[in-house]
Design a protein around this ligand. Sequence first.
Ligand code: GLY
Length: 571
Amino acid sequence: MLKILKVNHFFAVATALFITVAFSGCVGGQLGQDNSNEYRNGMVVSANELASRVGLNILKKGGNAIDAAVAVQFALAVVYPNAGNIGGGGFMVYRGASGETNSLDFRETAPAIASRDMYLDSVGNPIVDKSLEGHLASGVPGSVAGMVAAHEKYGKLKWADLIEPAIALAKNGFKVSEQQAGEFNRRKERFVKNNPQGTALVKETDWLEDDVLLQPELAATLEKIRDKGQAGFYEGPVADSLLAEMRRGGGIISAEDLKNYKAIWRKPIVGNYKEYRIVTMPPPSSGGIALIQLLKSVEPYPLKRWGLNSDSTVQLMVEAERRVYADRAEYLGDPDFYKVPQVQLLNDAYIKSRMANFNWAYATPSSEIKAGVLKGAEHEETTHFSIVDRDGNAVSVTTTLNGSYGSSVVVKGGGFLLNNEMDDFSVKPGSPNMYGLVGGEANAIAPGKRMLSSMAPTIVEKDGKLFMIVGTPGGSTIITSVFQTIVNVIEFNKNMQSAVNAKKFHHQWLPDTLYVEKGALDSITTLKLINKGYPILERGSIGRVDAILKTKWGYYQGGADKRGDDKALGW
Ligand code: GLY
């Protein structure tokens, strides 16, 4: 439940007192420094213990980080259906043991007959839920092509051996967690509405913790992918099921769309923050550019002295976020369709100039902030996993169906959920999407185009060596969560788990609201910010970061977000 903290003195004091009493002792990541999860030979951190275990077993069998990533991606499609997927897409950032970096874009694309105004009514207003639920909400899935491309370039073990664990989990079933049982029950009505033919996710009685979820149709689909690779999904019987599903529900993905889908290797975005080198995802994600802009915006200030979630730290970061998200709305889109002014956005002088009108005395109203003038020119379900192998190869993957369980459509006969990623386009340039994000022409719908993302899988180096692998789900809060996690380690000396645990906050320019996790700010800080004119809104979890830190002693330290069932496993 959201609770607005208004600029009302009595209310502010009462709320501040409430926060002090309820959260004293656990404010802002002062949670225990747990060093028990440090390993030397490799590590997998994902949203689900079974998936982390699959990845760890691959590493122990001699697979490298890419092998483990492929196995984890398919395992998550089985054991974490709200965001793990083969019917969605995502991004991967890779750093080989010898320092070479790469990034892979397996983002969904708009179908060939998609059009700019396809979600608008006759007077030009967005039709509620049309880009979010049902068959028309889906982009052409990219995950299977992505995993094939990653394996072809860097994989070591046999492809089939990487899919087998997922097949076994789908065929033999697994016990659902309490959180999953609750989610399946809450979504039952929506699943039934969108899948009149039935789906494994719906049963007559309520789901209970430890009930076993069996997915035989999904197992058969995974077997086709195991045997035929990319063609096992984009052609043949699995493609036929997806196309039949489109015909049944009025969707527009065609056989040609499936056949033409390609994952793309792209040059990662690289930037420096102090002595750290940040390697992150380029467009069509906004995540990488925005992350570097944020880090650069705060670099000149003494965050370490101010401390975690102090009023100065929060104010500075929020003002940086306000300006960076305004740029995001104007300038970011699929680089194959729109010339993203990447160099200008990352220019040091430009970033400095953006912060020049920031005033410590009061909150800059978002109405006064527009995208900068350039010279020359995520409901929040997604999932992230971080992996490092024995040789030090590192992989950072964020993958998504967009909303939880995507479009809620499970392909009949195929057993997998389809994404609702079309909502990440600017359905109506200037109108907010499901995350309240406003986008511009750069992200308007066009056939074959990739919708803008906030996903920010990232790898950080220090002194030329691997330092951190980090990423998170969370829609528009992805960028700010990754930003804060990195800052928590570098500036506030948190270990990986504490940096992940730390309560987070978020501002995205529009709406002009400072979102805070319960307990993120102490009472005095809350009051100071309210008095400066920051409208504060308490909300549930922000982010679900899964990250790995390499300590100076050469051990890998996991941070698995306790906001979910996430698990760090190493050896
Ligand atoms: N669907 C969430 C994102 O890509 O940012």
